[in-house]
Write a new protein. Structure first.
Length: 585
Protein backbone atom coordinates (compact mmCIF):
# COMPACT_ATOMS: atom_id res chain seq x y z
CA UNK A 1 0.00 0.00 0.00
CA UNK A 2 1.22 3.44 -0.81
CA UNK A 3 2.06 6.06 1.74
CA UNK A 4 -0.72 8.62 1.91
CA UNK A 5 -0.03 12.32 1.59
CA UNK A 6 -0.87 15.55 -0.18
CA UNK A 7 -3.56 15.51 -2.84
CA UNK A 8 -4.06 11.76 -2.47
CA UNK A 9 -4.92 12.17 1.21
CA UNK A 10 -7.61 14.76 0.51
CA UNK A 11 -9.00 12.55 -2.22
CA UNK A 12 -8.97 9.57 0.09
CA UNK A 13 -10.97 11.38 2.76
CA UNK A 14 -13.50 12.23 0.04
CA UNK A 15 -13.77 8.64 -1.12
CA UNK A 16 -14.03 7.36 2.44
CA UNK A 17 -16.79 9.78 3.29
CA UNK A 18 -18.93 8.55 0.44
CA UNK A 19 -18.23 4.87 -0.14
CA UNK A 20 -18.76 1.59 1.62
CA UNK A 21 -21.36 2.80 4.14
CA UNK A 22 -23.99 0.23 5.06
CA UNK A 23 -27.24 0.65 6.93
CA UNK A 24 -27.41 -1.04 10.30
CA UNK A 25 -29.97 -3.60 9.14
CA UNK A 26 -28.22 -4.61 5.92
CA UNK A 27 -26.27 -7.73 5.08
CA UNK A 28 -22.56 -7.02 5.17
CA UNK A 29 -22.11 -8.39 1.67
CA UNK A 30 -24.47 -5.66 0.42
CA UNK A 31 -23.29 -2.55 -1.41
CA UNK A 32 -25.31 0.52 -0.44
CA UNK A 33 -26.29 2.44 -3.61
CA UNK A 34 -27.04 5.58 -1.61
CA UNK A 35 -23.47 5.78 -0.36
CA UNK A 36 -21.56 4.97 -3.51
CA UNK A 37 -19.15 7.27 -5.22
CA UNK A 38 -19.54 7.97 -8.93
CA UNK A 39 -17.38 9.56 -11.63
CA UNK A 40 -19.41 12.75 -11.16
CA UNK A 41 -18.14 12.99 -7.60
CA UNK A 42 -14.52 11.92 -8.07
CA UNK A 43 -13.72 12.87 -11.65
CA UNK A 44 -12.47 11.14 -14.77
CA UNK A 45 -8.74 10.63 -15.36
CA UNK A 46 -5.52 9.12 -14.08
CA UNK A 47 -5.59 10.93 -10.74
CA UNK A 48 -9.25 10.08 -10.16
CA UNK A 49 -8.49 6.40 -10.79
CA UNK A 50 -5.76 6.57 -8.17
CA UNK A 51 -8.22 8.02 -5.68
CA UNK A 52 -10.50 5.05 -6.25
CA UNK A 53 -7.65 2.63 -5.67
CA UNK A 54 -6.36 4.42 -2.58
CA UNK A 55 -9.85 4.55 -1.14
CA UNK A 56 -10.09 0.79 -1.54
CA UNK A 57 -6.69 0.12 0.03
CA UNK A 58 -7.67 2.32 2.96
CA UNK A 59 -10.26 -0.22 4.07
CA UNK A 60 -7.39 -2.42 5.22
CA UNK A 61 -6.46 0.24 7.78
CA UNK A 62 -9.67 2.00 8.65
CA UNK A 63 -12.14 -0.51 10.15
CA UNK A 64 -9.88 -3.56 9.83
CA UNK A 65 -6.53 -2.66 11.44
CA UNK A 66 -7.08 0.65 13.19
CA UNK A 67 -9.15 -0.74 16.07
CA UNK A 68 -6.74 -3.57 16.85
CA UNK A 69 -8.96 -6.41 15.56
CA UNK A 70 -6.30 -7.13 12.96
CA UNK A 71 -3.92 -8.90 13.20
CA UNK A 72 -5.49 -10.40 16.35
CA UNK A 73 -8.21 -12.21 14.39
CA UNK A 74 -5.62 -13.92 12.18
CA UNK A 75 -2.90 -14.40 14.80
CA UNK A 76 -4.10 -15.20 18.30
CA UNK A 77 -5.47 -18.71 17.66
CA UNK A 78 -2.24 -20.65 17.09
CA UNK A 79 0.09 -22.94 19.00
CA UNK A 80 3.23 -20.82 19.34
CA UNK A 81 1.63 -17.40 20.02
CA UNK A 82 0.77 -16.17 23.50
CA UNK A 83 0.04 -13.19 25.71
CA UNK A 84 -1.95 -12.09 28.77
CA UNK A 85 -5.34 -13.73 29.21
CA UNK A 86 -7.13 -10.35 29.33
CA UNK A 87 -5.84 -9.56 25.81
CA UNK A 88 -6.34 -13.01 24.29
CA UNK A 89 -9.71 -13.28 25.97
CA UNK A 90 -12.40 -15.70 24.86
CA UNK A 91 -11.19 -15.55 21.25
CA UNK A 92 -7.67 -16.61 22.23
CA UNK A 93 -9.19 -19.42 24.27
CA UNK A 94 -11.12 -20.74 21.27
CA UNK A 95 -14.60 -19.26 21.72
CA UNK A 96 -15.14 -17.32 18.50
CA UNK A 97 -18.91 -16.86 18.83
CA UNK A 98 -19.98 -13.21 18.93
CA UNK A 99 -16.40 -11.93 18.95
CA UNK A 100 -15.93 -8.53 17.30
CA UNK A 101 -12.70 -9.84 15.75
CA UNK A 102 -14.66 -12.40 13.75
CA UNK A 103 -17.68 -10.20 13.12
CA UNK A 104 -16.43 -6.66 12.53
CA UNK A 105 -12.86 -7.20 11.42
CA UNK A 106 -12.85 -10.30 9.27
CA UNK A 107 -16.34 -10.82 7.84
CA UNK A 108 -17.54 -7.22 7.72
CA UNK A 109 -14.06 -5.86 6.92
CA UNK A 110 -13.40 -8.24 4.03
CA UNK A 111 -16.80 -7.77 2.46
CA UNK A 112 -16.39 -4.02 2.83
CA UNK A 113 -13.06 -4.30 1.01
CA UNK A 114 -14.71 -6.38 -1.73
CA UNK A 115 -17.57 -3.88 -2.07
CA UNK A 116 -15.13 -1.02 -2.54
CA UNK A 117 -13.11 -2.99 -5.08
CA UNK A 118 -16.24 -3.87 -7.05
CA UNK A 119 -17.57 -0.31 -7.10
CA UNK A 120 -14.19 1.21 -7.91
CA UNK A 121 -13.56 -1.21 -10.79
CA UNK A 122 -16.96 -0.43 -12.34
CA UNK A 123 -16.35 3.30 -12.17
CA UNK A 124 -12.78 3.14 -13.48
CA UNK A 125 -13.90 1.05 -16.45
CA UNK A 126 -16.38 3.82 -17.34
CA UNK A 127 -13.67 6.48 -17.53
CA UNK A 128 -12.83 7.97 -20.91
CA UNK A 129 -10.06 10.41 -19.98
CA UNK A 130 -7.56 7.83 -18.71
CA UNK A 131 -4.55 6.08 -20.20
CA UNK A 132 -4.75 2.34 -20.84
CA UNK A 133 -1.73 1.63 -18.64
CA UNK A 134 -3.18 3.50 -15.66
CA UNK A 135 -6.60 1.90 -16.12
CA UNK A 136 -5.11 -1.59 -16.37
CA UNK A 137 -2.91 -1.16 -13.32
CA UNK A 138 -5.74 0.32 -11.25
CA UNK A 139 -8.09 -2.52 -12.17
CA UNK A 140 -5.27 -4.98 -11.43
CA UNK A 141 -4.85 -3.57 -7.92
CA UNK A 142 -8.58 -3.89 -7.30
CA UNK A 143 -8.67 -7.48 -8.55
CA UNK A 144 -5.74 -8.27 -6.28
CA UNK A 145 -7.48 -6.79 -3.24
CA UNK A 146 -10.69 -8.65 -4.07
CA UNK A 147 -8.81 -11.95 -4.40
CA UNK A 148 -6.95 -11.28 -1.16
CA UNK A 149 -10.18 -10.57 0.75
CA UNK A 150 -11.81 -13.78 -0.47
CA UNK A 151 -8.67 -15.73 0.45
CA UNK A 152 -8.97 -14.48 4.03
CA UNK A 153 -12.66 -15.36 4.07
CA UNK A 154 -12.51 -18.87 2.57
CA UNK A 155 -9.65 -19.93 4.87
CA UNK A 156 -11.58 -18.77 7.92
CA UNK A 157 -15.21 -19.67 7.11
CA UNK A 158 -15.09 -22.32 4.37
CA UNK A 159 -18.03 -21.84 2.02
CA UNK A 160 -18.76 -18.11 1.67
CA UNK A 161 -20.97 -15.91 -0.55
CA UNK A 162 -19.51 -14.32 -3.67
CA UNK A 163 -20.58 -10.71 -3.97
CA UNK A 164 -21.56 -9.94 -7.58
CA UNK A 165 -19.17 -7.57 -9.34
CA UNK A 166 -22.03 -5.96 -11.24
CA UNK A 167 -24.54 -3.66 -9.56
CA UNK A 168 -27.41 -5.63 -8.08
CA UNK A 169 -30.36 -5.29 -5.77
CA UNK A 170 -30.20 -8.98 -4.85
CA UNK A 171 -28.32 -8.71 -1.59
CA UNK A 172 -29.05 -12.16 -0.16
CA UNK A 173 -26.28 -14.23 -1.69
CA UNK A 174 -25.86 -17.95 -0.92
CA UNK A 175 -22.62 -19.50 0.22
CA UNK A 176 -20.50 -20.94 -2.57
CA UNK A 177 -18.34 -24.04 -2.24
CA UNK A 178 -14.70 -23.77 -1.21
CA UNK A 179 -13.65 -24.94 -4.70
CA UNK A 180 -15.82 -22.30 -6.39
CA UNK A 181 -14.44 -19.52 -4.21
CA UNK A 182 -10.86 -20.58 -4.90
CA UNK A 183 -11.53 -20.65 -8.64
CA UNK A 184 -12.77 -17.07 -8.37
CA UNK A 185 -9.75 -16.04 -6.32
CA UNK A 186 -7.39 -17.60 -8.87
CA UNK A 187 -9.22 -15.86 -11.73
CA UNK A 188 -8.83 -12.45 -10.04
CA UNK A 189 -5.17 -12.94 -9.18
CA UNK A 190 -4.19 -14.33 -12.55
CA UNK A 191 -5.88 -11.41 -14.31
CA UNK A 192 -4.22 -9.00 -11.87
CA UNK A 193 -0.79 -10.46 -12.67
CA UNK A 194 -1.26 -9.47 -16.34
CA UNK A 195 -2.65 -5.99 -15.63
CA UNK A 196 -0.39 -4.71 -12.85
CA UNK A 197 2.90 -2.92 -13.33
CA UNK A 198 6.00 -4.92 -12.54
CA UNK A 199 8.01 -3.49 -9.68
CA UNK A 200 10.73 -2.70 -12.25
CA UNK A 201 8.44 -0.60 -14.48
CA UNK A 202 9.04 3.14 -14.49
CA UNK A 203 5.41 3.93 -13.55
CA UNK A 204 5.30 1.52 -10.62
CA UNK A 205 4.80 3.25 -7.24
CA UNK A 206 6.77 1.71 -4.39
CA UNK A 207 4.51 0.31 -1.70
CA UNK A 208 1.71 -0.68 -4.07
CA UNK A 209 1.09 -4.25 -5.10
CA UNK A 210 2.73 -5.25 -8.37
CA UNK A 211 2.45 -8.10 -10.85
CA UNK A 212 4.72 -10.21 -8.64
CA UNK A 213 2.42 -9.61 -5.65
CA UNK A 214 -0.49 -11.17 -7.53
CA UNK A 215 1.63 -14.07 -8.77
CA UNK A 216 3.03 -14.66 -5.27
CA UNK A 217 -0.36 -14.67 -3.61
CA UNK A 218 -1.64 -17.00 -6.33
CA UNK A 219 1.21 -19.43 -5.59
CA UNK A 220 0.20 -19.35 -1.92
CA UNK A 221 -3.45 -19.90 -2.85
CA UNK A 222 -2.56 -23.00 -4.86
CA UNK A 223 -0.28 -24.36 -2.12
CA UNK A 224 -3.05 -23.82 0.44
CA UNK A 225 -5.48 -25.88 -1.61
CA UNK A 226 -2.88 -28.54 -2.45
CA UNK A 227 -1.86 -29.17 1.16
CA UNK A 228 -5.47 -29.16 2.39
CA UNK A 229 -6.29 -31.78 -0.27
CA UNK A 230 -3.39 -34.08 0.71
CA UNK A 231 -4.58 -37.56 1.70
CA UNK A 232 -5.74 -38.12 5.25
CA UNK A 233 -3.01 -39.84 7.24
CA UNK A 234 -0.16 -37.87 5.65
CA UNK A 235 2.45 -37.59 8.40
CA UNK A 236 3.90 -34.36 9.77
CA UNK A 237 6.30 -34.10 12.71
CA UNK A 238 5.77 -31.11 15.00
CA UNK A 239 8.00 -30.23 17.94
CA UNK A 240 5.63 -29.26 20.72
CA UNK A 241 4.19 -30.43 24.06
CA UNK A 242 3.04 -29.08 27.38
CA UNK A 243 5.16 -26.10 28.41
CA UNK A 244 6.04 -27.07 31.99
CA UNK A 245 7.18 -29.92 34.14
CA UNK A 246 6.39 -29.80 37.83
CA UNK A 247 4.13 -27.24 39.48
CA UNK A 248 4.15 -24.03 41.46
CA UNK A 249 7.55 -22.54 42.23
CA UNK A 250 9.20 -25.82 41.26
CA UNK A 251 7.98 -25.97 37.69
CA UNK A 252 10.51 -25.84 34.88
CA UNK A 253 10.20 -25.65 31.13
CA UNK A 254 9.55 -29.00 29.54
CA UNK A 255 11.79 -29.92 26.61
CA UNK A 256 10.32 -30.03 23.12
CA UNK A 257 8.87 -33.35 22.06
CA UNK A 258 8.74 -34.51 18.45
CA UNK A 259 5.18 -35.65 17.83
CA UNK A 260 4.06 -37.30 14.61
CA UNK A 261 0.62 -36.08 13.62
CA UNK A 262 -1.50 -37.67 10.91
CA UNK A 263 -3.33 -35.25 8.68
CA UNK A 264 -7.09 -35.06 9.10
CA UNK A 265 -9.38 -34.27 6.14
CA UNK A 266 -9.95 -30.55 5.60
CA UNK A 267 -13.59 -29.83 4.87
CA UNK A 268 -14.27 -28.52 1.37
CA UNK A 269 -10.95 -29.60 -0.12
CA UNK A 270 -11.52 -33.35 -0.32
CA UNK A 271 -12.06 -33.58 -4.08
CA UNK A 272 -9.27 -31.24 -5.19
CA UNK A 273 -6.26 -32.61 -7.07
CA UNK A 274 -3.19 -32.18 -4.88
CA UNK A 275 -0.59 -32.83 -7.55
CA UNK A 276 -2.12 -30.46 -10.10
CA UNK A 277 -2.39 -27.74 -7.49
CA UNK A 278 1.21 -28.17 -6.32
CA UNK A 279 2.34 -28.06 -9.95
CA UNK A 280 0.56 -24.72 -10.30
CA UNK A 281 2.02 -23.44 -7.02
CA UNK A 282 5.52 -24.40 -8.16
CA UNK A 283 4.98 -22.89 -11.61
CA UNK A 284 3.85 -19.50 -10.31
CA UNK A 285 6.51 -19.35 -7.61
CA UNK A 286 9.26 -20.21 -10.09
CA UNK A 287 8.07 -17.57 -12.55
CA UNK A 288 8.58 -15.01 -9.79
CA UNK A 289 11.97 -16.45 -8.85
CA UNK A 290 13.03 -16.33 -12.51
CA UNK A 291 12.15 -12.62 -12.75
CA UNK A 292 9.15 -12.86 -15.06
CA UNK A 293 7.12 -10.49 -12.87
CA UNK A 294 9.89 -8.10 -11.83
CA UNK A 295 12.81 -8.24 -9.45
CA UNK A 296 12.50 -9.81 -5.97
CA UNK A 297 15.16 -10.76 -3.45
CA UNK A 298 15.70 -11.55 0.20
CA UNK A 299 17.00 -8.65 2.26
CA UNK A 300 19.99 -9.02 4.55
CA UNK A 301 18.66 -9.83 7.99
CA UNK A 302 19.98 -6.58 9.49
CA UNK A 303 17.92 -4.62 6.95
CA UNK A 304 14.80 -6.76 6.91
CA UNK A 305 12.86 -5.07 9.69
CA UNK A 306 14.17 -1.54 9.25
CA UNK A 307 11.55 1.12 8.57
CA UNK A 308 13.62 2.20 5.57
CA UNK A 309 13.06 -1.26 4.03
CA UNK A 310 9.26 -1.19 4.14
CA UNK A 311 8.98 -0.86 0.34
CA UNK A 312 11.89 -3.19 -0.49
CA UNK A 313 11.09 -5.99 -2.92
CA UNK A 314 10.94 -8.68 -0.23
CA UNK A 315 7.74 -7.04 1.02
CA UNK A 316 5.51 -8.07 -1.84
CA UNK A 317 2.35 -6.88 -0.09
CA UNK A 318 2.37 -5.03 3.21
CA UNK A 319 0.34 -2.50 5.14
CA UNK A 320 2.14 0.82 5.34
CA UNK A 321 0.62 3.34 7.68
CA UNK A 322 0.91 6.95 8.80
CA UNK A 323 2.66 7.68 12.09
CA UNK A 324 0.30 9.06 14.71
CA UNK A 325 -2.55 9.61 12.24
CA UNK A 326 -5.99 9.58 13.84
CA UNK A 327 -7.57 7.57 11.00
CA UNK A 328 -4.78 5.60 9.34
CA UNK A 329 -3.44 4.16 12.55
CA UNK A 330 -2.53 0.66 13.66
CA UNK A 331 -1.68 -0.80 17.06
CA UNK A 332 0.83 -3.38 15.79
CA UNK A 333 3.82 -1.60 17.37
CA UNK A 334 2.00 -1.20 20.68
CA UNK A 335 0.81 -4.81 20.86
CA UNK A 336 4.07 -6.49 19.88
CA UNK A 337 6.73 -4.01 21.06
CA UNK A 338 5.11 -1.53 23.43
CA UNK A 339 5.44 2.24 23.17
CA UNK A 340 8.01 4.07 25.26
CA UNK A 341 7.54 6.74 27.93
CA UNK A 342 9.39 9.11 25.58
CA UNK A 343 11.56 8.81 22.49
CA UNK A 344 14.97 7.55 23.52
CA UNK A 345 13.64 6.17 26.80
CA UNK A 346 14.56 2.70 28.09
CA UNK A 347 11.10 2.19 29.54
CA UNK A 348 7.94 0.82 27.93
CA UNK A 349 4.96 2.95 28.88
CA UNK A 350 2.38 0.37 27.82
CA UNK A 351 2.02 -2.60 25.48
CA UNK A 352 4.52 -5.19 24.35
CA UNK A 353 2.11 -7.97 25.25
CA UNK A 354 2.07 -10.42 22.33
CA UNK A 355 4.92 -12.88 21.98
CA UNK A 356 5.89 -16.44 21.16
CA UNK A 357 6.23 -19.35 23.54
CA UNK A 358 9.40 -20.97 24.83
CA UNK A 359 8.77 -24.01 22.65
CA UNK A 360 8.83 -21.76 19.59
CA UNK A 361 12.10 -20.21 20.79
CA UNK A 362 13.62 -23.64 21.33
CA UNK A 363 13.02 -24.59 17.68
CA UNK A 364 16.04 -22.47 16.74
CA UNK A 365 19.76 -23.12 16.80
CA UNK A 366 21.53 -20.75 19.16
CA UNK A 367 23.22 -18.75 16.38
CA UNK A 368 20.06 -18.19 14.32
CA UNK A 369 19.58 -14.45 13.86
CA UNK A 370 15.82 -14.83 14.20
CA UNK A 371 16.36 -15.32 17.92
CA UNK A 372 19.75 -13.65 18.39
CA UNK A 373 18.46 -10.37 16.93
CA UNK A 374 14.81 -11.13 16.30
CA UNK A 375 13.84 -11.64 19.94
CA UNK A 376 14.12 -9.18 22.82
CA UNK A 377 16.56 -10.45 25.43
CA UNK A 378 16.19 -7.58 27.87
CA UNK A 379 13.64 -4.82 28.29
CA UNK A 380 12.25 -2.56 30.96
CA UNK A 381 8.77 -1.25 31.75
CA UNK A 382 8.03 2.06 33.43
CA UNK A 383 7.20 0.45 36.79
CA UNK A 384 10.77 -0.88 37.00
CA UNK A 385 12.37 2.56 37.03
CA UNK A 386 12.46 3.04 40.78
CA UNK A 387 13.68 -0.49 41.49
CA UNK A 388 16.39 -0.24 38.79
CA UNK A 389 15.21 -3.59 37.39
CA UNK A 390 14.26 -5.16 34.08
CA UNK A 391 13.27 -8.44 32.45
CA UNK A 392 15.49 -10.87 30.59
CA UNK A 393 14.70 -13.75 28.22
CA UNK A 394 14.97 -16.72 28.02
CA UNK A 395 15.52 -18.50 31.30
CA UNK A 396 18.37 -20.82 30.35
CA UNK A 397 21.92 -21.12 31.63
CA UNK A 398 23.32 -18.92 28.88
CA UNK A 399 21.06 -15.90 29.34
CA UNK A 400 20.44 -16.41 33.05
CA UNK A 401 24.18 -16.30 33.77
CA UNK A 402 24.70 -13.32 31.47
CA UNK A 403 21.80 -11.43 33.07
CA UNK A 404 22.25 -12.32 36.76
CA UNK A 405 25.63 -14.01 37.27
CA UNK A 406 23.85 -17.07 38.65
CA UNK A 407 23.11 -20.38 36.92
CA UNK A 408 19.73 -22.12 36.97
CA UNK A 409 20.69 -23.95 40.17
CA UNK A 410 21.34 -20.69 41.99
CA UNK A 411 25.13 -20.97 41.96
CA UNK A 412 27.06 -17.71 41.59
CA UNK A 413 29.34 -18.15 38.58
CA UNK A 414 30.31 -14.58 37.76
CA UNK A 415 28.87 -11.17 37.13
CA UNK A 416 26.37 -10.03 34.48
CA UNK A 417 28.15 -9.76 31.15
CA UNK A 418 27.82 -8.27 27.68
CA UNK A 419 24.71 -6.19 27.12
CA UNK A 420 23.50 -7.04 30.63
CA UNK A 421 26.50 -5.47 32.37
CA UNK A 422 24.78 -2.10 32.71
CA UNK A 423 24.03 -2.02 36.44
CA UNK A 424 20.37 -3.01 36.03
CA UNK A 425 18.98 -5.91 38.07
CA UNK A 426 17.42 -8.21 35.46
CA UNK A 427 15.03 -10.99 36.41
CA UNK A 428 12.72 -13.53 34.77
CA UNK A 429 9.05 -14.19 35.35
CA UNK A 430 7.20 -17.40 34.42
CA UNK A 431 4.10 -15.69 33.06
CA UNK A 432 2.94 -13.40 30.27
CA UNK A 433 5.50 -10.76 31.28
CA UNK A 434 8.31 -12.87 29.83
CA UNK A 435 7.70 -14.34 26.40
CA UNK A 436 9.76 -14.47 23.22
CA UNK A 437 8.86 -10.95 22.15
CA UNK A 438 9.69 -10.16 18.53
CA UNK A 439 11.72 -7.17 17.36
CA UNK A 440 10.08 -7.12 13.91
CA UNK A 441 8.00 -4.03 14.59
CA UNK A 442 10.40 -1.97 16.70
CA UNK A 443 11.75 0.42 14.05
CA UNK A 444 9.12 3.13 13.68
CA UNK A 445 9.20 6.89 13.18
CA UNK A 446 8.16 7.63 16.76
CA UNK A 447 8.33 4.76 19.27
CA UNK A 448 6.70 6.83 22.02
CA UNK A 449 3.20 6.96 20.52
CA UNK A 450 0.48 4.36 20.64
CA UNK A 451 -0.23 4.39 16.90
CA UNK A 452 3.20 4.14 15.34
CA UNK A 453 3.81 3.38 11.66
CA UNK A 454 4.72 -0.31 11.85
CA UNK A 455 4.95 -2.15 8.54
CA UNK A 456 2.70 -5.23 8.61
CA UNK A 457 3.65 -7.85 6.00
CA UNK A 458 0.91 -9.85 4.32
CA UNK A 459 3.25 -11.51 1.80
CA UNK A 460 7.05 -11.68 1.66
CA UNK A 461 9.39 -13.10 -0.95
CA UNK A 462 10.58 -15.59 1.69
CA UNK A 463 7.06 -17.04 1.56
CA UNK A 464 7.36 -17.57 -2.21
CA UNK A 465 10.65 -19.43 -1.72
CA UNK A 466 9.21 -21.71 0.97
CA UNK A 467 6.05 -22.32 -1.08
CA UNK A 468 8.29 -23.39 -3.96
CA UNK A 469 10.28 -25.67 -1.63
CA UNK A 470 7.07 -27.18 -0.26
CA UNK A 471 5.66 -27.83 -3.72
CA UNK A 472 8.89 -29.38 -5.00
CA UNK A 473 9.03 -31.76 -2.04
CA UNK A 474 5.46 -32.93 -2.62
CA UNK A 475 6.22 -33.34 -6.33
CA UNK A 476 9.19 -35.57 -5.54
CA UNK A 477 12.07 -33.14 -6.15
CA UNK A 478 13.83 -33.19 -2.79
CA UNK A 479 17.13 -31.61 -3.86
CA UNK A 480 15.34 -28.65 -5.45
CA UNK A 481 13.17 -28.27 -2.35
CA UNK A 482 16.16 -28.25 0.03
CA UNK A 483 18.00 -25.74 -2.16
CA UNK A 484 15.20 -23.17 -1.76
CA UNK A 485 14.61 -24.00 1.89
CA UNK A 486 18.27 -23.17 2.44
CA UNK A 487 17.97 -19.76 0.80
CA UNK A 488 15.77 -18.73 3.72
CA UNK A 489 17.89 -20.52 6.32
CA UNK A 490 21.19 -19.06 5.15
CA UNK A 491 19.83 -15.52 5.40
CA UNK A 492 19.30 -16.09 9.13
CA UNK A 493 22.62 -17.87 9.76
CA UNK A 494 20.92 -21.22 10.31
CA UNK A 495 22.70 -24.44 9.39
CA UNK A 496 21.91 -25.53 5.85
CA UNK A 497 19.62 -28.53 5.47
CA UNK A 498 20.79 -31.55 3.48
CA UNK A 499 19.32 -34.66 1.88
CA UNK A 500 22.01 -37.16 2.90
CA UNK A 501 24.27 -37.87 5.87
CA UNK A 502 23.66 -37.25 9.57
CA UNK A 503 20.51 -35.26 10.29
CA UNK A 504 19.49 -35.39 6.65
CA UNK A 505 16.00 -34.59 5.41
CA UNK A 506 16.02 -37.83 3.46
CA UNK A 507 12.30 -38.64 3.35
CA UNK A 508 9.32 -36.61 2.15
CA UNK A 509 7.93 -36.59 5.70
CA UNK A 510 11.14 -35.21 7.21
CA UNK A 511 11.43 -32.53 4.55
CA UNK A 512 7.74 -31.64 4.72
CA UNK A 513 8.00 -31.29 8.51
CA UNK A 514 11.16 -29.18 8.23
CA UNK A 515 9.54 -26.79 5.74
CA UNK A 516 6.43 -26.38 7.90
CA UNK A 517 8.65 -25.73 10.93
CA UNK A 518 10.72 -23.24 8.93
CA UNK A 519 7.54 -21.35 8.17
CA UNK A 520 6.72 -21.26 11.89
CA UNK A 521 10.13 -19.73 12.57
CA UNK A 522 10.32 -17.34 9.64
CA UNK A 523 6.77 -15.95 9.79
CA UNK A 524 6.29 -15.81 13.56
CA UNK A 525 4.09 -12.86 14.58
CA UNK A 526 3.00 -12.40 10.96
CA UNK A 527 -0.41 -14.12 11.29
CA UNK A 528 0.57 -17.20 9.28
CA UNK A 529 0.78 -20.10 11.72
CA UNK A 530 -2.92 -20.86 12.33
CA UNK A 531 -3.57 -21.13 8.63
CA UNK A 532 -0.66 -23.51 8.08
CA UNK A 533 -2.00 -25.78 10.82
CA UNK A 534 -5.50 -25.64 9.34
CA UNK A 535 -4.47 -26.32 5.73
CA UNK A 536 -2.29 -29.27 6.77
CA UNK A 537 -5.09 -30.81 8.86
CA UNK A 538 -3.05 -30.81 12.09
CA UNK A 539 -4.60 -27.84 13.89
CA UNK A 540 -6.46 -29.87 16.52
CA UNK A 541 -3.50 -32.13 17.25
CA UNK A 542 -1.06 -29.22 17.51
CA UNK A 543 -3.27 -27.18 19.81
CA UNK A 544 -4.37 -30.05 22.04
CA UNK A 545 -0.78 -31.19 22.52
CA UNK A 546 -0.26 -28.00 24.57
CA UNK A 547 -3.50 -27.73 26.56
CA UNK A 548 -2.44 -24.48 28.30
CA UNK A 549 0.57 -22.40 27.23
CA UNK A 550 3.36 -20.50 29.03
CA UNK A 551 1.06 -17.61 29.96
CA UNK A 552 -1.87 -19.84 30.88
CA UNK A 553 -3.80 -19.26 27.65
CA UNK A 554 -6.07 -22.23 26.98
CA UNK A 555 -5.08 -24.02 23.76
CA UNK A 556 -7.44 -27.01 23.90
CA UNK A 557 -9.67 -27.05 20.82
CA UNK A 558 -12.52 -29.04 19.30
CA UNK A 559 -13.92 -29.66 15.82
CA UNK A 560 -15.93 -26.45 15.70
CA UNK A 561 -12.73 -24.38 15.96
CA UNK A 562 -11.65 -25.47 12.49
CA UNK A 563 -13.94 -22.79 11.03
CA UNK A 564 -15.05 -19.43 12.37
CA UNK A 565 -18.80 -18.94 12.91
CA UNK A 566 -20.79 -16.90 10.39
CA UNK A 567 -21.65 -13.69 12.31
CA UNK A 568 -25.18 -13.56 13.70
CA UNK A 569 -26.06 -10.25 11.95
CA UNK A 570 -25.33 -11.89 8.57
CA UNK A 571 -27.47 -14.91 9.42
CA UNK A 572 -30.28 -12.60 10.51
CA UNK A 573 -30.31 -10.51 7.33
CA UNK A 574 -29.12 -12.83 4.55
CA UNK A 575 -32.01 -15.16 3.79
CA UNK A 576 -29.83 -17.24 1.44
CA UNK A 577 -27.65 -18.50 4.32
CA UNK A 578 -29.63 -21.18 6.14
CA UNK A 579 -27.20 -22.44 8.77
CA UNK A 580 -23.97 -21.69 10.57
CA UNK A 581 -20.74 -23.62 10.50
CA UNK A 582 -20.78 -26.86 12.55
CA UNK A 583 -20.77 -26.37 16.29
CA UNK A 584 -21.81 -22.70 16.24
CA UNK A 585 -25.29 -21.40 17.00
Amino acid sequence: MTKINGKLLSGLFFVLSLSGTLTSCSSWIEEDPEGQVTIDKVGDGDEAAQQWVTGTYSKLIYDMFCWGYFPRVLEFDADYISGPDWLFGTFGAGNFQGESDVTDALWKGCYGLIARANNAEREIKKMTNISDAVRNNAVGELKFLRGFAYFLLVRAYGDVPLQPEEETTQYSQPRQSVATVYDYIAKNLEEASTLLYKNTDSHYQAGHVAAGSAAGLLAKVYATQASAAMPAGTEIVVRTGKPYEGSGDQRTYAPLQSKTFKKQPVKGYENLNTRELYEKAAQWAKRIIDGEFGSYELLDYDLLWKKSSCTASEFMFSLQTVSGDATYKVSVHSQYEGYMTSQGSDFIQEGGWVGCTRHWYDLFESQDLRIVKGVKHRWRVRTQSESNSGFYYPQNNDYTIRATGYDLNGNHVGEPSGEFADGVNYYYSQDAQCLAFTTKYMDVTNNAINNADANWPFLRYADVLLIYAEAQNELGHADEAVSYLNKVRVRSNATEAKTSGDGALDTPTKLRSAIIEERAKEFACEADRRWDLIRWGIYLDAMNAIESDDAGVLKSRQERNLLFPIPAPELNTNSAIKENNPGWN
